[in-house]
Write a protein that binds this ligand. Structure first.
Ligand code: ADP
Length: 752
């Protein structure tokens, strides 16, 4: 357009416009146009050029149209190509479609923007040019995209007009839009992908953070036992404290956690570490040592001791390589207390050593047993074989044969008891032996034991006394065979290991009053025999163990008796103990809780009397009471069980009787408190003041209707030995009397 304009003069353009608009150009305007020319030839020349142009424009393939820039923007001309773009067959169809106005070409939605743009461009254009793009609606209702290059031309003759070259850029535009859409889609896709990547990254970051946090928690958890933790960079010779115990706190205050590694532990070593371990710790805490050890393994530890509150405590330093294994520089040091573990280890070691010692001892004991057994079997076997031969030789001599047969009988008895013991212990070890409780009388069991041992004891002239009087509950549920065997074995040993003319005492005692139907009983077997060495006491219940002195003395035995005894007692839920002094004698005690049989008969008077008489010659008791009935009751109760009894009607008579008696005549006094002439307190005081110490020391038991604590206190203060309340509790009376008579017997013994 610009090119055309340059070549074509302004008159040609007016001529062209004239020609294009000719149907509406008046003669007047024609005259005005020709009048602008100096000559007719020039006018005709331009008209010819314009005509050529018009024809060219008419036939050119691109759209071209002219419209008035003013008023209704009326269309002056549109070429065929332009009409085709809007699918019009002729210019008149075109005019009809567009309402013969530029405004009819542009899509109404865009018109305002398009016109604004055109005028803005024209105002700013040096050559009055503009370029706009818009949609146009075709005759068939379709939409085409128009690329519009306009030229604003001022003309006096035709008025101001726009020359417009219009191209149909619909395909290009659609292509472009398609491209834009594709680009947008691609963009969306990219954006989506980007978001996805960001999301994934966020997710990964979250996981990494969680992992990191878990890692930190794990480290924190794993290092919980460590009271101090340090990170060390050996290359830089730096140490950073992460956690410090009170032992490091002075060297690593909170505001100064980074230090030079070399010598960081010097104060710690000299303040805390055991002097014997200081050198070790100094030698270990060296970069070269760390590097050498960590090149073999990723971590190692050393144990050492510290001294805290004057006590030794065990510590451990663990060194871990946390950096490269090729170049060792970054390490972690952890300090922790291993006191409990080491102490436990030491204890375990001690226990193991003890177990080993016991096991070795058991093996030795078994070896000893085997050699004892062969000795123990051989001895009676020798006797049997030897005496049988002798008997055969002297078959005619009745006395001798009788003696040999007796020896054979003793030896067979020994063999039998050995076999029984071995059998019993194997039964116990196999768990075949069980507890079977039946109703039984403890008194009766004790008497049976006394009977069983009688002949053995008599052979050595040993007295076996029985003290069962304190028993309030004689009838119990117990495994009778095991209980009597237990007692018999203890009594048998007592007799066996006591020299001729010795004493053995068996006591059965109730320790406490019944609880939930059970009573704690104490069985005591005491002898004044050879005694047991202190060293052997701890082994006495171990199977096959016998003390040297017993084996050397040739006393027959297997070393199984006490082992069996202990197993029996433990099976019955009790315990057996021993105390002994060499040369003085031994005391074996068995403590068992037994269920009592409340409905069982009271122990028989006969048994009681028997037991009493087995260790007691008759004792004389003086009863002091002003009440005749009381006197009579007490008299009968005491006479019944074999005491010699005398009476006095008041305190003064009693004092006189004692004063006149020879020492030892009265063994005990039962004293009433409230009496005419002289009361019990005064009488006691008077007796205690008698010159002869034996008479003054006679045991006095108060028997009074007043049972308050105050009365008891006054009785004791006046010099009496005990206080009993009326009405009399006979078993308790017997018990007290026996207690004092026994004590008196012992003290007499001491005096002598
Ligand atoms: P045995 O009497 O068959 O040797 P025991 O197991 O009954 O076996 O006793 C083991 C050892 O205990 C005896 O060999 C003896 O050395 C010692 N012993 C047991 N009772 C007494 C006692 N009353 N006095 C001294 N020593 C005793």
């Amino acid at each position: 357009m610009v090119g055309i304009e340059n070549k074509i003069s302004g008159n040609v353009m007016e001529c062209l416009l004239f020609l294009l608009e000719s149907p509406r150009i008046t003669d007047d305007s024609c005259k005005r146009l020709s009048r602008n020319y100096p000559s007719r030839e020039e006018y005709e020349q331009d008209m010819r050029v314009a005509d050529c142009l018009r024809r060219f424009i008419d036939e050119m393939p691109g759209g071209f149209f002219i419209y008035h820039a003013d008023g209704d923007e009326e269309i002056v001309y549109a070429n065929e190509a332009m009409c085709r773009i809007l699918e019009c067959g002729s210019l008149s169809e075109f005019r009809q479609l567009t309402g013969n106005s530029f405004r009819g070409i542009v899509h109404p939605d865009e018109l305002e923007d398009v016109e604004k743009s055109i005028w803005t461009q024209i105002q700013n254009s040096q050559y009055d040019l503009d370029q706009v793009e818009y949609r146009a609606v075709t005759k068939n209702g379709g939409v085409r995209w128009i690329d519009d290059y306009g030229h604003f031309i001022r003309s006096d003759i035709t008025g101001n007009v726009f020359y417009v070259f219009a191209g149909d850029v619909t395909e290009k535009k659609l292509q472009q839009m398609k491209m834009v859409e594709l680009l947008r889609q691609e963009n969306d896709l990219r954006e989506k992908k980007l978001h996805q990547i960001i999301d994934e990254y966020d997710q990964e970051l979250k996981l990494v953070n969680q992992e990191h946090l878990r890692g930190l928690e794990t480290i924190e958890g794993l290092s919980i036992d460590y009271e101090s933790i340090f990170y060390v960079d050996l290359d830089q010779d730096l140490i950073t404290a992460y956690r410090v115990s009170s032992r490091f706190i002075e060297d690593f205050p909170e505001d100064h956690l980074v230090h030079t590694f070399t010598g960081f532990d010097t104060p710690y070593i000299s303040n805390w570490v055991h002097p014997d371990d200081r050198q070790l710790l100094r030698a270990v805490t060296q970069p070269d040592y760390f590097r050498a050890k960590l090149s073999e393994d990723n971590s190692f530890h050393i144990n050492y001791r510290i001294i805290q509150d004057g006590k030794i405590r065990y510590m451990q330093m663990r060194i871990v390589n946390v950096g490269s294994s090729e170049h060792i520089s970054q390490i972690v040091l952890g300090y922790r207390s291993v006191d409990a573990e080491i102490v436990q280890e030491i204890q375990q070691k001690q226990t193991l050593e003890e177990t080993l010692r016991i096991a070795n001892k058991a093996i030795k004991a078994k070896d000893l047993f085997l050699s004892n057994m062969s000795h123990d079997i051989r001895t009676p076997m020798n006797a049997i074989v030897g005496f049988a031969e002798l008997a055969q030789k002297h078959i005619q001599e009745t006395d001798k044969v009788k003696e040999y047969l007796g020896q054979i009988q003793t030896a067979s008895g020994q063999l039998l008891s050995l076999l029984n013991d071995v059998l019993e212990i194997s039964n116990l070890e196999s768990g075949e032996s069980l507890i079977e409780e039946t109703k039984c009388s403890l008194m009766e069991i004790a008497h049976q034991v006394q009977m069983d041992i009688l002949s053995k004891a008599a052979a050595k002239n040993i007295t076996v006394s029985l003290d069962v009087f304190n028993l309030m509950h004689d009838n119990v549920y117990a495994d009778r065979p095991k209980l009597s065997q237990t007692l018999l074995r203890l009594v048998d040993n007592a007799v066996k290991y006591t020299n001729n003319n010795g004493n053995v005492t068996v006591t059965v005692e109730e320790l406490e009053s019944p609880q939930d139907g059970f009573v704690d009983y104490l069985f005591r077997v005491e002898d004044n025999g050879i005694g047991i060495g202190r060293d052997f006491l701890s082994q006495i219940f171990i199977p096959f163990e016998r003390e040297k002195n017993t084996t050397l003395s040739g006393m027959y035995g297997s070393g199984l008796g006490l082992a069996i005894t202990r197993r029996f007692v433990e099976m019955m839920g009790g315990r057996v103990d021993v105390s002994s002094t060499v040369g003085k004698g031994s005391v074996f005690t068995v403590r068992i809780s037994l269920r009592i049989d409340e409905d069982g008969p009271l122990f028989s008077e006969e048994l009681q009397m028997q037991s009493e008489s087995s260790y007691m010659e008759p004792k004389r008791i003086l009863i002091v009471d002003d009440n005749e009935i009381n006197l009579e009751i007490e008299y009968e109760v005491l006479k019944d069980v074999g005491y010699l009894v005398e009476t006095a009607e008041d305190g003064s008579i009693a004092v006189e009787k004692v004063r006149q008696s020879s020492p030892g005549y009265y063994d005990l006094i039962l004293m009433d408190i409230q009496m005419p002439v002289m009361d019990g307190y005064s009488a006691t005081k008077a007796i205690r003041q008698i010159e002869n110490p034996v008479l003054a020391g006679i045991p006095i038991i108060a028997v009074s209707a007043n049972a308050f604590e105050e009365d008891k206190r006054m009785a004791i203060e006046s010099g009496m030995n005990a206080h009993l309340a009326k009405p009399l509790d006979t078993p308790r009376l017997y018990k007290l009397i026996r207690k004092f008579l026994k004590e008196a017997k012992h003290s007499k013994h001491h005096v002598i």
